[in-house]
Design a protein. Structure first.
Ligand code: SER
Length: 318
C-alpha cells in the first residue's frame, strides 16, 4: 500500500490541536493521525484517529510510521523556554533526541516531508534587537534556544546529506484560545485574557516595557500550511525561517484588553522569565519567508485581541 497518511506528534499541545484540526480539514479526518504522550485534548475527541506515542521511543515510533502508512510527520512535541530552565537535561533530550528519531525514520522510510518548529528563542542577547535578520549573530542563553538552534542544523544536515524535505519556522510567541500554551516565556500574552475575563486583573511576570515578537494562532497555522505546501525548490532556507506578525509589550496589550474589560488592572511582578525575555529580539525581519513562499501575516494586536475576546466570551457550540 502506498504511504498516504500524516502523523502529528504532540497533537494535544497548543499548536498541535489546531494544526491537527486544520490538516484534517484539508486532507480528511482519517488521513491525519494525532499522537501525544498525554490524553487526547478534548477538542480532538471524535475528530479522527489518535495513537499514544512517545517520540523518545524510536522503535515504537518506527512501528507506527510503518503500520499507519505515514508519509509526512509534523513533530511538535517539545519542552519550551521557561520549563526547560527547570530541567535542562530533559529539555535537551526531548527536543533533540525526538527530532533525531524522526529524521532517522524519515530517512529509513523515505518519507515525503517533515515539519519541525524552531523559535525566536534561538536568538540571544548579542543578536540585533530590532528587525532581527534571518542570518545574524546567534548565541542563545536558554537550553530551549540551544536545542532549537542545534535542531535547525540537524534539519539542514539531513536535507543536504540525505535529501530529506524537512521544513521549519521560527515561531514568535503564539497566542490562542483553543488550547493552552505550556511553559513558555511568552505565555503571559495568553494568560492575560483568561485572568482579565475571570478576575478583572492580572499579575504579569514580565516588566511593562518588555517588547516581544508575537503571532495569533490562525496566522501561525496558515504559515505552517503554506510553507509545507510550497514547492520544494522555493524553500531555500533549510535551517528555519524567521516569521513575524506583530510586536508588543505587556503595557500595550493591557491597554487593548482594557477596551473589553472595564477597570482591568495589571500588576507587574517580574520573575526568572524576565532574563529570558530580555535576551530575545523585540522584532523579527521575515523577508526571506515573504520572498521565498509569499508569507503575509493577517492579525495585528487590535485584530488579535478582538478575536480572542469574541471567542473566549462565547462558549463553543460544538
Ligand atoms: N513561546 C516560546 C517560549 O516562550 C518561544 O518560542 O518559550
Amino acid at each position: 500500500m502506498s504511504k498516504d497518511k500524516i502523523l502529528v506528534i504532540g497533537a494535544s499541545g497548543q499548536i498541535g490541536v489546531e494544526l491537527t484540526m486544520a490538516l484534517r480539514g484539508i486532507h480528511g479526518d482519517a488521513q491525519v493521525i494525532a499522537s501525544d504522550l498525554r490524553e487526547p485534548n478534548p477538542l480532538l475527541l471524535g475528530t479522527g484517529p489518535y495513537v499514544s506515542l512517545n517520540v523518545m521511543n524510536k522503535e515504537m515510533l518506527h512501528v507506527q510510521v510503518i503500520r499507519q502508512n505515514i508519509k509526512q510527520i509534523y513533530l511538535l512535541a517539545a519542552i519550551l523556554s521557561a520549563t526547560g530552565e527547570k530541567n535542562p537535561g530533559l529539555a535537551w533530550n526531548l527536543n533533540i533526541q525526538g527530532l533525531l528519531n524522526v529524521l532517522e525514520i524519515a530517512k529509513e522510510e523515505h518519507l515525503d516531508k517533515v515539519y519541525w518548529p524552531s523559535s525566536i528563542a534561538v536568538f540571544g542577547p548579542t543578536s540585533p534587537k530590532r528587525d532581527c535578520p534571518q542570518q545574524t549573530i546567534i548565541e542563545p542563553i536558554t537550553v530551549y534556544g540551544i536545542s532549537k538552534y542545534a535542531g535547525e542544523f540537524w534539519c539542514n544536515y539531513y536535507h543536504n546529506r540525505f535529501g530529506i524535505d524537512v521544513r521549519s519556522l521560527r515561531y514568535p510567541g503564539l497566542i490562542s484560545y483553543k488550547s493552552e500554551p505550556g511553559g513558555g516565556t511568552t505565555d503571559y500574552a495568553v494568560e492575560i485574557f483568561h485572568e482579565a475575563l475571570a478576575a478583572g486583573r492580572y499579575e504579569c511576570f514580565l516588566k511593562p516595557d518588555t517588547y516581544l515578537p508575537m503571532m495569533y494562532m490562525p496566522d501561525a497555522i496558515r504559515a505552517t500550511l503554506e510553507l509545507m505546501e510550497a514547492p520544494a525548490a522555493a524553500v531555500r532556507v533549510r535551517t528555519s525561517y524567521n516569521l513575524s506578525a506583530m510586536s508588543f509589550s505587556p503595557a500595550e496589550i493591557a491597554v487593548e484588553v482594557a477596551k473589553y474589560v472595564p477597570h482591568f488592572n495589571m500588576h507587574y511582578k517580574p520573575d526568572y522569565r524576565q532574563l529570558i525575555a530580555d535576551s530575545w529580539p523585540q522584532s523579527i525581519d521575515d523577508s526571506a519567508a515573504h520572498t521565498d513562499w509569499g508569507w503575509k501575516p493577517e492579525y495585528d494586536l487590535a485584530a488579535m485581541t478582538a478575536d480572542m475576546m469574541r471567542n473566549l466570551q462565547t462558549p463553543p457550540t460544538s
